[in-house]
Design a binder for this molecule. Structure first.
Ligand code: FES
Length: 132
């Protein structure tokens, strides 16, 4: 059994969903920054009525993607204008070349629930490591 900073407990093999924010707090064309699990910053977006969560920190630098411009499923970093696909985490334009982690999201009684223990990062062209 694991006890998290927020006091939730999980057994091995259990999914760990964390309440991130109210669905009503997430607007189209804006990211909502949420700190979960002891300070990990994630960005929650709504695209075409569906909610998505990614790491908030740009993979190119220390920028918060929640401060970037959102156009449909694309977020533009506020520092150097690199872009990412919010749904897949794919880095779309230079200088961003490393993809973002995305997280499973569900809505439960108006609350955005995120599995921060289950990130997905699609391989990048620069990633020469073997898949786990
Ligand atoms: Fe995001 Fe440079 S910090 S593009």
């Amino acid at each position: 059994m694991t006890v998290s900073d927020d006091g939730t407990t999980t057994r091995a093999g259990e999914e760990r969903w964390i309440a991130a924010c109210a669905a009503a707090d997430v607007e189209d064309d804006f990211g909502t920054r949420v700190e979960v699990d002891g300070g990990q910053a994630i960005a929650v977006f709504r695209v075409d009525g569906a909610y998505h969560a990614t790491d908030d920190r740009c993979t190119h630098g220390e920028a918060s993607l929640c401060e970037g411009l959102v156009d449909g499923n694309v977020v533009e970093c506020p520092f150097h204008a690199g872009t990412f696909d919010i749904v897949t985490g794919k880095a779309l334009t230079f200088p961003c070349v490393v993809n973002l982690a995305t997280y499973p999201v569900r809505v439960e009684d108006g609350t955005i629930m995120v599995r921060v223990d289950a990130p997905t990062t699609i391989p990048t062209l620069l990633d020469r490591s073997e898949p786990a």
